[in-house]
Design a protein around this ligand. Structure first.
Ligand code: 6PG
Length: 264
């Protein structure tokens, strides 16, 4: 029985990058995204990219859609969502709506490249439909082989959740499915959700955790330095089995970290 803390061996800890300033975070994070997207396209002809929801990524997406639009062959990118709220796609709380507003529409991404969650039914129906889509769309993905995304973006909730994997909730335990329904967590919005599960997240080649702002400094230090159990702090469960995990922070979000945890 562990003492309720995750394995803290050095190789399982993520790499931590901090932008020079809060203002430069979007540009700093975009460099990391462009680098990995172009590497995937060069290696395999396409990039399977999972977008994070919430509010943090929006400035990054806008940067990619404007300043970096000509640096990537966006026709070779397939876009997925790491999680989605069960609201209509024109609802302000929709992750799909945020991604379209800030990235997909400005880049004029064709509908065939965007794999949205169908939010018209129940969370269980939406999760099942998304799982089936993944198994028919992602090369090598089957009912027993998880989807291997090239780049998977995540945000971090102040309670340590990622995607819609909330502390103490059943979706944390999923081991043989790639998408799960998820009831509302403690944080708003209090709506049902659909989320990728740890088997899908940890099969990715690269996971980037996007965190900004002083309101996240405590949870960043808790996850990276205290390493609580996954059931208390789901972000501790992000450990790609054959891939990298990199945290991309602005200085306020990194403010409570021991300096030796930060690599430039
Ligand atoms: C969601 C997100 C969620 C988000 C974190 C951070 O649907 O709510 O996917 O996991 O990334 O809650 O949200 P902020 O970026 O808004 O702080």
């Amino acid at each position: 029985m562990t003492n309720g803390h995750e394995n803290t061996d050095a190789e399982s800890l993520p790499r931590v990058l901090v932008s020079p300033s809060a203002e430069s975070w979007a540009e700093f994070a975009a460099e990391q995204v462009v680098d990995r997207v172009t590497q995937a396209i060069a290696a395999r002809g396409r990039c399977l990219l999972v977008l994070a929801g919430g509010s943090t990524p929006e400035s990054l997406y806008r940067r990619l859609a404007v300043a970096d639009r000509d640096r990537v062959d966006w026709k070779r990118v397939d876009f997925f969502l790491g999680d989605e709220r069960l609201v209509p796609h024109d609802d302000a709380r929709s992750n799909d709506a945020m991604a379209r507003r800030s990235l997909l529409d400005p880049l004029r991404i064709s509908a065939t490249q965007v794999h949205s969650v169908d939010t018209r039914g129940t969370a269980g129906e939406a999760a099942e439909a998304y799982r089936k889509m993944l198994e028919s769309t992602v090369p090598g993905c089957t009912s027993v082989v998880p989807p291997r995304f090239d780049l998977l973006l995540l945000g971090l909730g102040s309670d340590g959740h990622i995607a819609s994997l909330f502390p103490g909730k059943p979706a944390l335990e999923a081991v043989s499915t790639w998408v799960a329904p998820s009831p509302p967590g403690e944080l708003p919005p209090p709506v049902d959700r659909v989320t990728l599960t740890f088997p899908a997240i940890n099969a990715a080649r690269s996971v980037l955790m996007l965190v900004t702002g002083d309101s996240k400094a405590h949870v960043v230090a808790r996850v990276l330095q205290e390493r609580p159990a996954v059931r208390e702090c789901p972000a501790c469960g992000v450990k790609p089995t054959d891939g990298e995990s990199v945290w991309i922070l602005d200085p306020p979000a990194a403010a409570k970290l021991d300096q030796h945890r930060i690599k430039q």
